[in-house]
Design a protein around this ligand. Sequence first.
Ligand code: S3P
Length: 173
Amino acid sequence: MMQQNVVLIGFMGSGKTSVGIKLSYRLRMPVEDTDKLIERREGCSVSDIFRERGEECFRQLETELLRELAESGSVKIYSVGGGTPVRRENRELLKKLGMVVYLRLRPETVYERLKGDTSRPLLQCADPLEKIRALMQERKSAYEEAADMILDVDAMTLEQIQDSIIMKMVSER
Ligand code: S3P
């Protein structure tokens, strides 16, 4: 049993939620996804929150949740929303939560994975690929600054991603 928290960050479509679930089975550690926690608490989807209350309200809920989680001290795997590392306060809270793993990928990979997806309010626009490129560029330094470990996941399988994270956890013990 590993006693270190893992925090998965990365752009939409990078596989944070799936990797979190797989790692949770493998390491027998509980997993929490912050988007899902917010949805459960608010009783509506992230898209509903963006539409009805605006992005800023969602960002506030996100920061408040992170503050709570960082206080809670339980051993877990966390996956967070793609925009979470943008706020400086959030980056500090992520570090406090555990070992931060950045699942990095190319804009084209995101586009291929998410075309047709309607659950990401930020990508419901005329030119999603351009939007992905712009947002990624804007967030690049925030992701890198938050990360303890960076994995280029475009061509990696879920297995390979898990193995790399576990090796890093073992080496840091
Ligand atoms: C967002 C990513 C989403 C969700 C919200 C905003 C972002 O999470 O938090 O739609 O700003 O990149 P996923 O990365 O899990 O899709």
